[in-house]
Design a protein around this ligand. Structure first.
Ligand SMILES: [Zn+2]
Length: 166
């Protein structure tokens, strides 16, 4: 899965462009127009998810702005080598996928938006994605002054892809 796959999601703005029925407002916050950038980054709900995830990674400075573009934000996150970058891309895809999946539960199953529910999915999906070999086996030293200040505990933890020391 890539950025292009994620941005292919049928959000309200995309449905509207095709003349199809669509929610008037973002189903997660009932405020903004549901674009992919809003849903996955700028929405108050998405920002709560990212705040938890990025704080756990030790990168709260990566928290997307309210008006962030998914493509611009994602490409601004750079780590030191290709394997780490690929792991980062995979885990961001995972978080986006879990937000999108929860959005669909809210729209189609009338679920109540829940950050805890998304966190649960991130953890359970990370186990499945790890078993599927979607993460490179890269060990980080953490913390380190000259490396990005997070590590993937995917090799050790059966529970979370978030860094140790949580
Ligand atoms: Zn919203």
């Amino acid at each position: 899965m890539s950025v292009l796959h994620v941005v292919g999601c049928w959000t309200a703005d995309r449905l509207a462009r095709h003349g199809m029925p669509h929610p008037a407002r973002c189903p997660m916050c009932d405020q903004g127009t549901e674009t992919i950038d809003h849903l996955l980054l700028g929405c108050v709900f998405a920002r709560q998810v990212w705040n938890v995830v990025l704080t756990d990674w030790g990168r709260p400075d990566w928290l997307p702005l309210v008006d962030a573009s998914l493509a611009d934000w994602w490409t601004s996150l750079v780590v030191q080598n290709k394997k780490k970058q690929r792991n980062l891309n995979t885990v961001i895809t995972l978080v986006c996928w879990c937000i999108w999946r929860h959005r669909n539960s809210v729209v189609f199953d009338v679920a109540t938006p829940s950050v805890a529910r998304v966190q649960h999915w991130i953890r359970s999906e990370s186990v499945a994605w790890r078993r599927a070999g979607l993460f490179h086996r890269v060990n980080f030293s953490f913390p380190s002054v000259d490396t990005v200040a997070f590590e993937w505990s995917v090799l050790e933890s059966p529970f979370s892809l978030l860094p140790s020391g949580m």
